[in-house]
Design a protein around this ligand. Structure first.
Ligand SMILES: *[C@@H]1O[C@H](CO)[C@@H](O)[C@H](O)[C@H]1NC(C)=O
Ligand SMILES: *[C@@H]1O[C@H](CO)[C@@H](O)[C@H](O)[C@H]1NC(C)=O
Ligand SMILES: *[C@@H]1O[C@H](CO)[C@@H](O)[C@H](O)[C@H]1NC(C)=O
Ligand SMILES: *[C@@H]1O[C@H](CO)[C@@H](O)[C@H](O)[C@H]1NC(C)=O
Ligand SMILES: *[C@@H]1O[C@H](CO)[C@@H](O)[C@H](O)[C@H]1NC(C)=O
Ligand SMILES: *[C@@H]1O[C@H](CO)[C@@H](O)[C@H](O)[C@H]1NC(C)=O
Ligand SMILES: *[C@@H]1O[C@H](CO)[C@@H](O)[C@H](O)[C@H]1NC(C)=O
Ligand SMILES: *[C@@H]1O[C@H](CO)[C@@H](O)[C@H](O)[C@H]1NC(C)=O
Ligand SMILES: *[C@@H]1O[C@H](CO)[C@@H](O)[C@H](O)[C@H]1NC(C)=O
Ligand SMILES: *[C@@H]1O[C@H](CO)[C@@H](O)[C@H](O)[C@H]1NC(C)=O
Length: 515
């Protein structure tokens, strides 16, 4: 009986999570082939320039979940799981280690493991109350060669030419001139074509819906990351995402909120999000040098806030497997910390790409796909600790302030080098202050008003553990040291969180501010 109850509780807690269940989550992005070997070896070389499988697998990932959860993450996004096209000439195209070249939706990629291994991964995550997000590709299949040579009967389940759009190659100019061509022509090149699925076909649409339902059920998947969403018409998406029945975040690789945000509406304004590329470009620019524009970041932030239907369901990131890593732009550790923290603390569900915590610095694809095992999974690295601190505070805010994940962050202060965001319910908001002065910046005092904090209350800067008393008019006077970055939270809200010792050794005056 107890066992049965345990099973029921387990299922109700973690299966097929909705957007609201995802709001407070924090996602670690794993490139399955490059995260962990099943035998735990950390010395196997992996030359990213070769674009071939390096051996990472789901079992290896299962063995390293402590490393991920230890940084405060509550969800893992893995590479696409579907079966991939055999490679006719790996030296020309590379192998499909990334998982974006599928040929069979109903089989798994054996390089990553067996169906039982994938089920074991989702079970291992659920046991830790973590979610599994699977990357999926709906737009295309793959073919290593000329379009005229495609053997459609080898595909599953779309095994006829009519299940695909007729061949035409997407040109760079199409992105600005012809959205129809972006949606119906093919991605790819002479070496590897990506046959474009005919998502106008009724058969294709209904088949996709039944496929995604059974994929999610068979492997107890909690959420989806959807590849190349801009390559399918808006009206396709809402019924697909409803059939999936889980939160989905779509990739639209475009920095214009007016182009990207409407896809959140198309996917489902209250059930889905998009990767926040509009913020990504501005964060990157603002913090990549001491000359970056904070005012442009603030303007973009406000535009996104008024354009996307729900910024708290966006996927917020600084790095991923498609863009050069942030440290290729600057080696300034203060700028890097500010950029990472901004992505973790602005609106949305934060996503950290494997290797950020080890200060990996690979450039454009394929250099940004370094094997993580070569870091030795060092849990003492500066950024591992930093990300843990920020995640722990965000997790605390999510648990203690019901308004945290619906409040749209408010930039309460901006100047040429500083932006301060207030996020959360009145009196218990988190205030994060970012600057792009870098490690050589001169210390100064910044008076921040409109904090919403109670006069006389005590707030803690959680990276330094310094305490501040809010002035009688609600202003917070913060010491911005060199490379300034400050994350403030009311002391009383930290009780028992373990942050800055809270709860381990209650300090004098604990809880006396108000209650
Ligand atoms: C571990 O696995 C990798 C790849 O699967 C293999 O190349 C390596 O030789 C193995 N190492 C040991 C010590 O078994
Ligand atoms: C594979 O591709 C490489 C690079 O394009 C080319 O040099 C080589 O001849 C090809 N090999 C075969 C067997 O086609
Ligand atoms: C096409 O694929 C089918 C199914 O895998 C296979 O039986 C057939 O031999 C292939 N045809 C060619 C020309 O390779
Ligand atoms: C866009 O491309 C489609 C398909 O090639 C073509 O029919 C249409 O005329 C093009 N539209 C514009 C505005 O060029
Ligand atoms: C899920 O499992 C069922 C039953 O074994 C099977 O028929 C179906 O093809 C599977 N779906 C996927 C997407 O693997
Ligand atoms: C910043 O701007 C100054 C003055 O315009 C220029 O000399 C310097 O090279 C710039 N630094 C960077 C990192 O762009
Ligand atoms: C882990 O990182 C810390 C901090 O950078 C360093 O001192 C330590 O030597 C590293 N440990 C290993 C095993 O590389
Ligand atoms: C802020 O930057 C602008 C544009 O570079 C400049 O004109 C202005 O003087 C700066 N303001 C301050 C207070 O430094
Ligand atoms: C900031 O506040 C402090 C008192 O908290 C005050 O002494 C100082 O003058 C203020 N600075 C500015 C620039 O307003
Ligand atoms: C609030 O109080 C601080 C410190 O007493 C002072 O520096 C600041 O000017 C005051 N701000 C306002 C808007 O009254």
């Amino acid at each position: 009986m107890l066992a049965l109850i345990a099973v029921l509780v387990h299922i109700s807690v973690v299966f097929a999570a909705t957007a609201d269940q995802w709001r407070g989550r924090s996602i670690y992005q794993v490139l399955t082939d490059r995260f962990a070997l099943t035998n735990g070896t950390t010395t196997k070389l992996c030359d990213t320039s070769q674009r071939v499988y390096c051996g990472g697998a789901w079992q290896g990932l299962i063995n390293k979940l402590d490393y991920i959860q230890g940084m405060g993450f509550s969800a893992v996004w893995i590479s696409p799981v579907t079966h991939q096209t055999p490679i006719s000439n790996a030296s020309a195209s590379g192998e499909s280690f990334h998982g974006y070249w599928q040929d069979d939706l109903y089989s798994l990629n054996p390089a990553f493991g067996s169906p039982d291994d994938l089920r074991a991964l989702s079970a291992a995550l659920h046991k830790r109350n973590m979610f599994l997000m699977v990357d999926i590709v709906v737009n295309h299949f793959s073919w290593p060669g000329d379009p005229s040579t495609i053997n459609y009967t080898a595909y599953r389940p779309f095994n006829q030419a009519e299940h695909f759009h007729p061949f035409c190659q997407i040109q760079d100019s199409d992105y600005s001139n012809n959205q129809t061509r972006v949606e119906q022509c093919w991605l790819g090149n002479d070496i590897n074509q990506l046959p474009d699925v005919n998502t106008e076909s009724d058969f294709v649409q209904s088949t996709y819906k039944s496929w995604i339902k059974s994929l999610i059920a068979n492997y107890s998947i909690d959420g989806l990351r959807i590849d190349t969403v801009r390559h399918i018409r808006h009206t396709f998406w809402s019924s697909f995402v409803s059939a999936a029945g889980v939160y989905a975040v779509g990739e639209i690789f475009d920095g214009d909120p007016l182009y990207t945000c409407p896809y959140q509406t198309a996917l489902g304004a209250s059930t889905a999000g998009v990767l926040n590329y509009p913020a990504y470009f501005s964060i990157t620019q603002a913090f990549s040098s001491t000359n970056g524009s904070i005012s442009a970041l603030a303007n973009q932030f406000n535009t996104i806030k008024s354009t996307c239907p729900d910024t708290n369901l966006l996927g917020s990131f600084l790095e991923n497997h498609d863009n050069p890593r942030f440290p290729t732009l600057t080696q300034d550790s203060a700028l890097t910390q500010n950029a990472i923290a901004f992505a973790l603390l602005q609106d949305g569900i934060p996503i950290v790409y494997q290797g950020q915590e080890q200060h990996y610095s690979g450039g454009a694809d394929p250099a940004n796909r370094e094997a993580l095992w070569l870091s030795g999974y060092n849990t003492s690295s500066a950024l591992y600790t930093f990300i843990r601190q920020i995640n722990t505070l965000r997790n605390t805010a999510v648990a203690r302030d019901k308004g945290y994940t619906t409040y749209k962050a408010w930039p309460i202060h901006t100047d040429n080098s500083t932006i301060a965001l207030r996020k959360g319910s009145d009196g218990k908001a988190m205030i994060s202050v970012f600057s792009n002065l870098g490690v050589k910046g001169q210390p100064y005092t910044l008076n921040i008003s409109q904090t919403g904090y109670y006069p006389g209350s005590v707030v803690v800067e959680i990276l330094s553990c310094h305490k501040y008393t809010v002035s009688q008019n609600g202003t917070l006077a913060v010491d911005m040291g060199a490379g300034a970055l400050g994350v403030f939270y009311p002391l009383i809200q930290l009780s028992g969180s373990g942050i800055c010792g809270a709860g381990k050794r209650p300090e004098e005056g604990w809880g006396r501010q108000w209650s």
